[in-house]
Structures are given as structure tokens and as C-alpha cells.
Design a protein around this ligand. Structure first.
Ligand SMILES: CC(C)(COP(=O)(O)OP(=O)(O)OC[C@H]1O[C@@H](n2cnc3c(N)ncnc32)[C@H](O)[C@@H]1OP(=O)(O)O)[C@@H](O)C(=O)NCCC(=O)NCCS
Length: 165
């Protein structure tokens, strides 16, 4: 994929359906085998659409307008979500989204960012470690669902960010 196509930009309202599908499919790939069946049942396509709608101002994407192949969401000091479609994994798209997110977090004054990774999601864990994130332990994460929060044991990662002055 060309450098031009790795350009990270704001998500657009009209991309929500496409991104919800990407999130839904990526969630199944990464989590269907390792997370509780109860949470799996709550992860319907419409729930992802609603969460994207709410998070749109903090959602960044890579890929063609109307059909991006990766997105990333930040939330306060949390690196909240990163999903890349199956065909774009291993392409550097995830690294471009991560670099953009870290720069945005640092610019907003976050010194140490954190993220939650499902226990057993080894590909994501390897990716985070490659990007300089450190696993600091197991923590209880309140996963957002359409019916409230769902407590989940996760690997907590942290990264101290360089100051962007
Ligand atoms: C997590 C994600 C964004 C990372 O992007 P990516 O393009 O796959 O990342 P990369 O290929 O650069 O890095 C992944 C690393 O894991 C390695 N890997 C692949 N499968 C693996 C596995 N089953 N176990 C351990 N490592 C694995 C890859 O070889 C690569 O390491 P390397 O560069 O040293 O060879 C992407 O895989 C994804 O969207 N996954 C589905 C959704 C997801 O899990 N999101 C995170 C939620 S916490």
C-alpha cells in the first residue's frame, strides 16, 4: 500500500456504516474465541454503529474515502480502539494509526496513555509491544455495551508519551 494510502485522517459521518462493519468483523476475528459468550451476544452490528456515532470526533481512519480499511479511537488518556480489516493487517496501516493516536494524545497533554487488551489476543499484544507499550498487569475493564457495562479481566498496557511542545 502506498504512503499516500497510509494517510491518517478524520472519519466522516457517511463512513459510519462501513466502519461499524469493519469493527464488527474485526471483533469477531479477535475476540469470538476468547471472550465470554454473554459478551459475544451483546456485540451486535448496531451497537458498534452507535458507539461510532458517539465517538466520531475522536475517530481517525486510513484508506479511501467512503471505504477506509482501518480506524482508531482515543478517549481521554485511553487508546480506546484499533481495528484494521483482515486484508490490511501486516501492511503498516495499524502502525500509522498508532503513531497518529499517540501524537494526538501527547498533544492533548496526556503523559502516560493506557489501553486494555483482551487476555489471549496475542496478535494485538505483539503489535502493542512492538509499538513500545508495556504490559503492566491484569485489570478489570468496564466494557461498554448497549445494556450498560460488562466487567472483563484484561491485560492493561501503558506507554509514556513524548511531550509535544
Ligand atoms: C491489532 C491490529 C490492529 C494490529 O495490526 P496488524 O497490522 O495486524 O499489526 P502488525 O502486523 O504490524 O503486528 C502484529 C504482530 O503480531 C504478529 N502475530 C500475528 N499473529 C500472531 C499471533 N497469533 N500471535 C502472536 N503474534 C502474532 C505478527 O507477526 C506481527 O509481529 P511482527 O511484526 O513482529 O512479525 C490488527 O491485527 C487487528 O485489527 N486485529 C483485529 C482487531 C483487534 O484485535 N484489535 C485490538 C483490540 S484490543
Amino acid at each position: 500500500m502506498s504512503t499516500e494510502r497510509m494517510h491518517v485522517r478524520n472519519a466522516e459521518e457517511r463512513e459510519i456504516d462501513h466502519l461499524a462493519r469493519l469493527w464488527y468483523e474485526g471483533w469477531q476475528d479477535a475476540h469470538a474465541q476468547i471472550l465470554p459468550a454473554e459478551l459475544r451476544r451483546l456485540r451486535a452490528l448496531d451497537g458498534f454503529r452507535q458507539r461510532l456515532q458517539a465517538a466520531l470526533p475522536n475517530t481517525r481512519v486510513v484508506g479511501p474515502r467512503g471505504a477506509p480499511y482501518g480506524f482508531c479511537i482515543t478517549k481521554g488518556d485511553e487508546f480506546y480502539q484499533i481495528y484494521v480489516s483482515a486484508h490490511a493487517r501486516g501492511s503498516g496501516a495499524a502502525g500509522a494509526l498508532m503513531a497518529d493516536a499517540e501524537a494526538r494524545l501527547a498533544k492533548s497533554g496526556v503523559e502516560t496513555a493506557w489501553l486494555a487488551c483482551a487476555i489471549g489476543n496475542h496478535r494485538a499484544a505483539r503489535f502493542y509491544e512492538k509499538c513500545g507499550w508495556r504490559r503492566v498487569g491484569v485489570a478489570t475493564y468496564q466494557a461498554e455495551t448497549s445494556t450498560g457495562t460488562f466487567p472483563l479481566e484484561v491485560w492493561r498496557y501503558e506507554k509514556r508519551l513524548a511531550f509535544a511542545i
